[in-house]
Design a protein around this ligand. Structure first.
Ligand code: SAM
Length: 200
């Protein structure tokens, strides 16, 4: 997602209804943008299970499921989850805040695609990272990609939230197809669990 991005999720939803969100992805796909770049990267970890955190209308989870991965989608916007559920009723969709998330499951990969972290309310971002990290299976990978723009979290903020959640940076790229990161305005980060956070 590029171009003029609204600063927070409420502004997004003021500008685009859920159909508008879906239509935006259809237009990008028609313009030649691969709508499944995130899935390609996630698959390099050969996960059996993936939590699509901030799943929206299910773009990533549904494609992963088509490729044989066990997925769960979580999002706190019930309208987005309704669309995801209508597209793939056989999958598990949960309306919940990532901050304080408490599912019984653990996942080989937790993925946050499409600027989820910046769209979490500012004072809940650290808790959202921690909530996601708690759902990693041993050896699991936490992958998130988001734009770096004024007013949004920077990578130092993000790495600090990850460190507080017991995660260490393993890789960082400029794109989901793993172009090297060289200080640009978009980053995809992969963190792994190296410590047990004190509260865990
Ligand atoms: C730009 S959309 C990305 C949706 C999907 N991951 C995709 O790539 O198509 C950002 C999503 O983050 C979700 N989100 C924002 N804050 C959240 C929170 N605290 N807990 C769960 N989901 C959240 C929004 O509801 C929205 O669906």
């Amino acid at each position: 997602m590029t171009g003029s991005l609204p600063p927070d999720w409420t502004s997004w939803r003021d500008r685009f209804d859920v159909d508008g969100y879906e239509e935006r992805w259809r237009r990008l796909a028609a313009a030649g943008v691969d709508p499944h770049g995130e899935v390609g990267l996630v698959q390099t970890y050969e996960p059996r299970s993936v939590l699509d955190a901030g799943c929206g209308t299910g773009r990533v989870a549904i494609e992963l499921a088509h490729r044989g991965v066990a997925v769960v989608g979580v999002d706190n916007d019930p309208d987005m989850v309704d669309v995801a559920r209508s597209k793939a009723p056989e999958l598990r969709w949960i309306v919940a805040d990532l901050a304080g998330l408490a599912l019984p499951d653990r996942f080989d990969v937790v993925v946050l695609a499409g600027n989820v972290i910046p769209y979490v309310e500012a004072d809940r971002r650290a808790a959202a990272v921690d909530g996601c990290a708690r759902h990693l299976a041993p050896g699991g990978v936490f992958v998130a990609g988001f734009a770096l723009r004024p007013g949004w979290p920077d990578l130092a903020d993000y790495d600090a939230w990850c460190a507080a959640a017991g995660l260490t940076l393993a890789d960082r790229w400029a794109t989901w197809d793993r172009q090297p990161y060289a200080g640009g305005d978009y980053a995809v980060s992969a963190h792994v669990q190296t410590a047990t956070a004190p509260s865990r």
